[in-house]
Every structure is written in C-alpha cells, then in structure tokens.
Write a protein that binds this ligand. Structure first.
Ligand code: IPM
Ligand code: MG
Length: 359
C-alpha cells in the first residue's frame, strides 16, 4: 500500500516561497519515482505578509493546525519592514520551542562541483554535522528591559541552561557521532569565561561520554574552534554546541562548504511527540527574492533530512545523489555559487536526475 506523508509547507518570506515551491516539486517527483509513498502538502501562508494583514505571524491556533502533520517544510522568515525579533519569535521560534525541537542538526559537506574558499581543501576533508542546542541557552528568551530610553536603562538577555536540556542534546550528539563512521565528537564550550552554565555543560558532557566508550571526544573553546574549522577541518566530524555558538559556527561551516545557499537544517524532536521541522539555513534574502535565482539546493538537502526522519532512507539517498549530480555541473550553479543558473533550471535538472536514477 502507498503510504501518505502529510507535510505542512510554510514557505513564509522572500526566497522561502521560491525554494519551497521547488522542494515540493522535487519531492513529488521523488515519490512518483519511488512508488511506495506519496506526499500530501498542506500550504500555510503564514509569515510577514500575513503579519501585515493580521498583526500576527500565524493564527492563534496555528500550532494546532500542524500538530499532527508528519513533518514541517519551512522556507525562511524575515522581511525588511518588520523587526527581526517579531518575525523570528512570531513564527520560527513559535514552532520550534513549543514543539520541543531541541536538536538542530546541520550537516556540512563540500558537494561535487563546489569549491571551498579553503585552498587546501578539496572535499573529503570537510564532512561535519553540527548539532545545535535548539531550545534554551542564549535563545531562551529570558531577560528584560527597564527604564527604556532613559540614561539608567538596563537590559538583559540571560542564557538559561538546564541539566535536562543540556543532557539530552549532548546525548543526542554522542548518539549521532556513534552512528557515523569516525565516531568522533567535539564539544564546543566557553567555560573559561562563562563560569556557571558552561561549566555545567562541560561536566554533563564528561558524564554522558561514559555511556559512549566507543566515541572519541574532545572539548574546544568556541573561539579556538573557529580557527580549527579553518585550519584543520579534517580533525572534525560531529560537533555539539550551544544555541548561539552553533548558530555562528554553522554560518562559518556553510561558507567553508562553498555557499550558504547549500546548507540545510533539521529541527528535530527526537521523541516524536511533535512534528519536526526542516528548512534551509539561508534567510529570506529579499535582495534576490522574486528573481528566480535563489539556490534551491539547501531546501533539497533538508528534504533528504526530512525523508530520513520519516524512515525513507533509500529515497533520501536517491535525492542526495540527484542533487550531487546537479551540483557537479557548473552550468547548473546559481549566482551564489558564481554561476548563472536559475532556480527553475536547477529544479528541472534535479527532477531529471531523479527520473533517470536507476540505482
Ligand atoms: C539560523 C538563523 C536564525 C538563528 C536567525 C534567522 C534568527 O540564523 O537558523 O541559524 O539565529 O537561529
Ligand atoms: Mg544562523
């Protein structure tokens, strides 16, 4: 019997609309080729335009509407004329946090045909997965502002870490590291300067490590980590870091892999109590929105993560093969990669590669 996966598609803002449309086409072509499952996409028009009409980024019962979908396929949020903290907290974090998508997983590789800005790196030396804590830490939303606009104004953003929150993300990262061939984990920290929560983070890492004797792990201060990523990328494999540290490191990772237009991300609720959410890392990129030149590769790659989460690993591998066949051809590079191809051309080429895939 053909399985049907119910996917909530939320393209939201800017190029999110173009890349999710491309992703839906590619996923439908993949389902057709595979023949064992199909997708039912439900489209939600939430985002900054919705906000301009309704004063909120999504309806009050928005989460209820997507609560029982198998996954969420998300574009990007952010608009030049709406403050970023409104778009972010009103939609993306309003889904991630209540749905307890605490593991944010960001694979980075240099795909065929793509050149890294690192001159000593050709490909295999850079193959990482960054695991980002996605529910607390610097993004906990704890803080406040008093005496606004006065000379005695005070503002705080408190990074809040809980033992259970740290333990579950570190455990997730060890498990992921264990599942990868090198079984290698780097725990990123800043416990030299941040002497409370980050010290607890280190202690918990050492405790959890005892349950994974076959995983080799080390600890790295976040500042030194940026250097290691550039100078010795081959010494890294799985990486776990706090919400903000991993946010920064993952942009660096994406740049080192050739373009932010390629980098995917999965917001996972590992217990599957809620749907998980899959999105490209790049933002809404209003400067190129509507021009048909957005790179859809990140949105395709995150679809692979979605398929894996749904238990469709062979289909995920087939899609990744198709994407890699397309990136290998410089004529099919979008402008972020220095090429001239359009979203349409890349999408058509990936669909053709799926159809022609006989592995
Ligand atoms: C990311 C993004 C977001 C973040 C922005 C859009 C707020 O940079 O997913 O990495 O910081 O989490
Ligand atoms: Mg970021």
């Amino acid at each position: 019997m053909t399985k049907t996966y119910k996917i909530a598609a939320i393209p939201a803002d800017g190029i999110g609309i173009e890349v999710i449309a491309a992703g839906v086409e590619v996923l439908n072509a993949l389902a057709e080729k595979t023949g064992t499952f199909r997708f039912q996409f439900d489209h939600f028009d939430w985002g900054s335009d919705y906000y301009k009409t309704h004063g909120v980024m999504m309806p009050a019962d928005g989460r209820e509407q997507i609560r029982y979908h198998d996954a969420i396929y998300f574009g990007a949020v952010g608009a030049p004329d709406v403050p970023d903290h409104i778009t972010l907290w009103g939609l993306r974090l309003a889904i991630c946090q209540p749905f307890d998508q605490y593991a944010n997983v960001r694979p980075t590789r240099i795909l065929p045909g793509i050149t890294s800005p690192l001159r000593h790196v050709s490909g295999p030396e850079l193959d990482w997965v960054i695991v980002r804590e996605n529910s607390e830490g610097e993004y906990a939303g704890v803080g406040g502002r008093v005496h606004q606009g006065h000379p005695n104004e005070v503002a705080t953003d408190v990074s809040m870490m809980t033992r259970s929150g740290v333990e579950r993300i570190i455990r997730y990262a060890f498990r992921l590291a264990q599942s990868r061939p090198r079984k290698l984990l780097t725990v990123v920290t800043k416990s030299n300067a941040q002497r409370h929560a980050m010290v607890m983070w280190d202690e918990i890492a050492a405790e959890v490590a005892q349950d994974f004797p076959d995983v080799t792990w080390d600890k790295m201060l976040v500042d030194a980590m940026t250097m290691r990523m550039v100078i010795k990328p081959e010494t890294l494999d799985t990486i776990v870091a706090t919400n903000l540290h991993a946010d920064i490191l993952s942009d660096l990772a994406a740049a080192l892999a050739g373009s932010l237009g390629i980098a995917p991300t999965a917001n996972i609720n590992p217990e599957r109590a809620f749907p998980s959410m899959f999105e490209p890392i790049h933002g809404s990129a209003f400067d190129i929105a509507g021009k048909g030149i957005a790179n859809p590769v990140a949105t395709f790659w995150t679809a692979c993560q979605m398929l894996e989460h749904l238990g469709e690993k062979p289909a995920a591998d087939r899609l990744m093969r198709a994407v890699e066949r397309v990136t290998a051809d410089p004529n099919l590079h979008t402008p972020d990669l220095g090429g001239k191809a359009t979203t349409r051309q890349v999408t058509d080429a990936v669909i053709a590669a799926i159809r022609g895939d006989n592995e």
